[in-house]
Every structure is written in structure tokens, then in C-alpha cells.
Design a protein around this ligand. Structure first.
Ligand code: XMP
Length: 332
């Protein structure tokens, strides 16, 4: 629409004015809509002076990292640095079953990896810098939305964050200034801007997915084997939801692996002792409350049949029919 064209044009002008002729920016991509659209706008404004970083923690769903690498880069031509940190995250998560401990561990490792990559990129900026006295060299792009601004009090004081500890050794003028092109927008507007910028539907209409990824959808310890099982089951469920045209009818549908639970089944001509998975389809306006989605029986049947036929170690598919409250959307 015209409004969205205007917003994009205005933001591009504003970003150029803020970053200047010689400034460079860095943006962390999560695979989600907001960071992708923010990066795409900034890329339009300053081209190859933007570098994106994507931390692959090994907890993504099937094809997700490749999608960021391929589709996002194809659509924007952005300079993307992918950090493969699977090994590191899995080692850090070994032996941990408690949900809060998992989240803290994932969050902590994420920051360490991101800061490391950022320090490297900033060092590169310094080397290539043609900055003159008074020029800001480095900017940090974030996909902050209007509701985020309101929720956090909407105040100022967010425009300058100090370089973090492990960016040590860099000059003082490397302090990062925030660039937040989506600060006045709501989610649906961000999606429109994304379309306006030519981002593919897989990115623009992506359902919410938690930062800690599949790590909080395995009930019990997170291991590579369990992740592989869940990735297969989840891929089948998503494929069937898409095939049935239901992607925009549900808010999201976590698939959860009850990794510490086993139940007896009969598959082929033998007894099995496998794990259940839980489908958690929900409808929601804002994720604060949610209702369980009434999926068509045929779709549930298809998903159940395929998962139990195709995924070794899963012999039972269940559906979660709890609203939020009392249940949260995710199981952890
Ligand atoms: P809950 O489980 O609290 O989830 O009902 C509400 C929404 O938030 C997502 N979610 C997260 N997103 N980091 C995120 O970026 C997280 O740690 C996280 N935990 C939950 C969840 O998928 C749902 O959309």
C-alpha cells in the first residue's frame, strides 16, 4: 500500500541520515520476521555497509538455518555471517533438564557467541574505516516494534549501549548506537513492510518461534538424537499443516517431544517402546492468552499416521487441548 511505501522511504532516509556516509551497521538475525525486516530496510539504506550475523545454536527446526542463509540472502543480497555453534550449545546443555536452567544456558551461550562474532566484525570495521573525526563508525540494528517500546516504558536512554566486555580493545568511538526502523510499527505493519521490500512469504508470514528453539520443546535433557527425532516429527506436522492450508489459521503449533516418557506400542509385527509427541496447535491474538485450535480430524489423522510411520522412536501422537491460561503455549 501507499502508506507502507511511504514508511519504507521515510525510514531509508532516516537511516541514511543517522548512519552517515561512512558508518557501518551490524544486525543479529534470529530467523524471525522482525529482525529480517529491520535488516532488509537498513540494507536498502546503506547496502554493503550492513553485516548480519546469524547464530546457529543447533536447536532450529529442519531447514530453518538454510532458509535464512538462502532465502534471506537471495532476497536482499545482504552480507551474512553464519556462526555454527551447535557443538558449543549441546555441550553446554548436557545434563540439564530444568526449563529455566535450559533457557539461562541457551541465553548465556547465545550472548557469548554473538558478542564474539560482533567483536570480530567491529574489528573489521575499524580496519576498513574511512571515518573522520566526529563520524560514528558502528551501529546496531534491532527489530524493536512499537509494542516492545510501550512495554518497556517507551522512554529514551536506549539510543546508546556500551560495547560489551568481550569487545575489549576497541576504541571508545566504537560504542554502538541503535538503529530501530520498526519502532513505530505493529506486527501486521511489519509484515506489510516486509512484503513491500520483496521478502519471501516464508519469512514475512512466519509463525512465532521461541529463541531457545527446540531446546524447550524436548521435555528432559536435550541431546542431538532427541533433536533429530523432534525435527523429523515437527517437519511432518508443518508440512501437513501447510498442505491443508492451515498456516494462517493457527497462531503456531509447537510439536513437543516427551523424551523422558516411553509407552508401549505395536508397529509392524513387533512391540515398540517409544516416545510420545504432543501437537500444540493454538489460536491467539497476541500470545498473552490462547485457545487450543480445533484442527480438522483428517489433518490430525494424517499427521499422526505419518509421524508414527516415518519417525523411528515415536509411537504415539497426542494433542494438547489446554487453553492459556492455565497452560502456556510452550511446554517449558
Ligand atoms: P508461552 O509459552 O509463554 O509463549 O505461552 C508465548 C509466546 O512466546 C514464545 N516464546 C518465546 N519467544 N523466546 C522467544 O523469543 C523465548 O524464550 C520464548 N518462550 C516462549 C512462544 O513460542 C509463544 O509464541
Amino acid at each position: 500500500t501507499w502508506t507502507m511505501v511511504n514508511i519504507v522511504e521515510e525510514q531509508i532516509e532516516a537511516i541514511r541520515a543517522q548512519v552517515g556516509e561512512r558508518g557501518r551497521a551490524i544486525c543479529g538475525l534470529s530467523g524471525g520476521v522482525d529482525s529480517a525486516v529491520a535488516a532488509a530496510i537498513v540494507q536498502r539504506a546503506i547496502g554493503d555497509r550492513l553485516t548480519c550475523v546469524y547464530v546457529d545454536h543447533g536447536l532450529m527446526r529442519q531447514g530453518e538455518t538454510e532458509q535464512v542463509e538462502r532465502d534471506f540472502v537471495a532476497a536482499t543480497g545482504v552480507d551474512l555471517k553464519v556462526v555454527d555453534a551447535e557443538e558449543r550449545f549441546l555441550s553446554a546443555l548436557a545434563g540439564i533438564s530444568d526449563p529455566e536452567e535450559k533457557r539461562k544456558t541457551i541465553g548465556r551461550e547465545f550472548i557469548r557467541v554473538f558478542e564474539g562474532a560482533r567483536a570480530e566484525i567491529l574489528a573489521g570495521f575499524v580496519e576498513q574505516s574511512t571515518a573522520e573525526e566526529g563520524d560514528k563508525v558502528a551501529f546496531l540494528v534491532q527489530g524493536t516494534l512499537y509494542p516492545d517500546v510501550v512495554e518497556s516504558g517507551g522512554g529514551a536512554g536506549t539510543s546508546n549501549i556500551k560495547s560489551h566486555h568481550n569487545v575489549g580493545g576497541l576504541p571508545d568511538d566504537m560504542d554502538l548506537e541503535l538503529v530501530e526502523p520498526l519502532r513505530t510499527l505493529f506486527k501486521d505493519e511489519v509484515r506489510q513492510v516486509g512484503e513491500q521490500l520483496g521478502l519471501p512469504a516464508e519469512i514475512v508470514h512466519r509463525q512465532p518461534f521461541p529463541g531457545p528453539g527446540l531446546g524447550i520443546r524436548i521435555i528432559g535433557e536435550v541431546t542431538r538424537e532427541r533433536l533429530d527425532i523432534l525435527r523429523q516429527a515437527d517437519a511432518i506436522a508443518r508440512e501437513e499443516m501447510t498442505r491443508a492450508g492451515l498456516d494462517r489459521d493457527v497462531w503456531q503449533m509447537p510439536v513437543v517431544l516427551l523424551a523422558d516418557v516411553r509407552s508401549v506400542g505395536v508397529q509392524g509385527d513387533g512391540r515398540t517402546y517409544g516416545h510420545p509427541v504432543v501437537l500444540r496447535p493454538v489460536t491467539s491474538e497476541d500470545a498473552m492468552t490462547a485457545d487450543w485450535a480445533r484442527l480438522p480430524y483428517e489433518v490430525m489423522e494424517k499427521i499422526s499416521t505419518r509421524i508414527t510411520n516415518e519417525v523411528a522412536d515415536v509411537n504415539r501422537v497426542t494433542v494438547d487441548i489446554t487453553s492459556k491460561p492455565p497452560g502456556t503455549i510452550e511446554w517449558e
